[in-house]
Design a protein around this ligand. Structure first.
Ligand code: C5P
Length: 403
């Protein structure tokens, strides 16, 4: 289930006796590493409580499109924009009918109408309702527009009947959404090198200088590139994150070891994305023995020297080079300088003073500046989604170069 890791799944729950089964789906999605946003229709709230889903997903649950505290109130298409997949489970005949005709009278129908992500629908209803001509027509209408249906299963129904109408098993639903999010392999054939994490510059055998980078942005880019079919090398300075499956992981510690690994990996690569927070300075001398406290001494001067600038050093004419600029002031001016000095194709600038962007959070708000003077301000996005924007640009630059 690795393709759901870090993916944004919107789970719409409608009102059915099977609504309680959505709690298991939410829990399994959460365990698979997905970011799960649950929307409950008013009818679903008669069967299950928002507290159940809030406890399972550790995220707010949307229960009312007009709720002033909900994210949807501020930006009514926020979930639609963020979603990698929208899952409706269980989906009643009523919700299916509304979707078939574009009605928007709750947060689920609003999100589905506004999203460009795949929509997976798991129906659950009485067999007679499922077999009715109108439900069949509605499902066909939606399938023709690219909506994916999983189930229903056949078995005993709450009505006492036996037949089609049961919500399918959680495992089948998870497989269906996992397939739908990883279906675009548009980067197949591309070799992409990504660096991540904060480097550690050793002072003595027990101490080092490092920074607050969590590695989440670089890991997010590597995952997104892998999911889109690229061959990925992830060069990682120490982080608390689990290795990314399906990529070549190379673990390094210092700026110098990262430089060697990046140079090796960039031979024949198409793009280098330097998301790592590389130390600008390293101790001028490494003390072979642990430095001791000296009685009476209350200051210590540590001499530092410049580390190699990796982006600058890597010279492979065909390589697309992408840098990051994490700034606490003069964001655009500083990022523009780096773009030019490091000879980059584009730079991803983020203001690290914002609490919902930058270090150690799952989201980022960035501005992309390119070498022809273009500027794109992206909204607050999951770090994997920021990765997708970066990868879209790499794909475009590559396509232009191949013309
Ligand atoms: O100059 P500054 O360190 O702010 O630039 C940030 C960008 O340069 C990041 O993409 C970072 O990974 C990269 N970098 C580098 N080598 C260094 C320092 C930073 O490639 N020694």
């Amino acid at each position: 289930m690795s393709s759901l890791k870090g993916r944004s799944v919107v789970l719409g729950v409608t009102g059915s006796i099977a609504s309680y089964k959505a709690a298991d789906i939410a829990s399994k999605l959460n365990q698979a590493g997905a970011l799960v946003d649950v929307i409950l229709t008013p009818a679903a709230q008669e069967f299950v409580s928002s507290l159940t889903f809030r406890s399972l997903t550790h995220r707010p649950v949307v229960t009312d499109m007009l709720d002033a505290d909900s994210e949807l109130a501020v930006e009514h298409v926020a979930l639609a924009e963020r979603a990698d997949v929208v899952l409706i489970a269980p989906a009643t005949a009523n919700t299916i009918a509304k979707l078939a005709y574009g009605f928007v009278d709750d947060a689920i129908t609003a999100t589905v109408l506004a999203t460009t992500a795949p929509v997976v629908i798991a129906p659950a209803m009485d067999a007679k309702m499922y077999q009715s001509a109108v439900t069949n027509e509605n499902i066909k209408r939606l399938e023709d527009r690219g909506y994916l249906f999983v189930g229903p299963g056949v078995g005993n129904l709450a009505s006492g009947l036996t037949g089609p109408g049961r919500l399918v098993d959680t495992a089948d639903i998870l497989n269906a959404i996992s397939d739908s999010v990883s279906s675009t392999k548009d980067l197949e054939g591309l070799r992409i090198v990504v660096s991540a994490g904060g480097t550690e510059e050793a002072i003595d055998p027990v101490r080092h200088i490092t920074n607050r980078s969590s590695g989440k942005q670089g890991y997010g880019i590597a995952q997104a590139a892998r999911d889109r079919g690229a061959e990925v090398t992830l060069i990682s300075a120490p982080t608390a994150l689990a290795p990314v499956d399906g990529v070549n992981m190379v673990n390094v510690t210092s700026a110098r070891t990262m430089l060697d690994a990046v140079q090796d990996a960039c031979e024949g690569a198409d793009a280098l994305v330097m998301a790592a927070a590389v130390a600008d300075w390293e101790p001028a001398e490494f003390a072979q023995q642990k430095m001791k406290k000296v009685k009476g001494q209350d200051r210590l001067v540590l001499e530092l020297k410049k580390t190699p600038d990796i982006l600058f050093e890597v010279r492979n004419e065909a390589l697309i080079k992408v840098g990051f600029a994490a700034e606490s002031e003069d964001l655009i001016a500083n990022a523009t300088d780096k773009l030019q000095n490091k000879n980059l194709d584009f730079i991803v600038a983020n203001d690290i003073t914002a609490s919902d962007a930058g270090f150690n959070v799952d989201t980022n708000r960035v501005v992309i500046l390119d070498k022809s003077g273009g500027r794109e301000d992206l909204p607050l996005l999951l770090k994997e989604k920021v990765g997708d924007h970066i990868l879209d640009r790499i794909k475009l630059i590559k396509a232009e170069a191949n013309k």
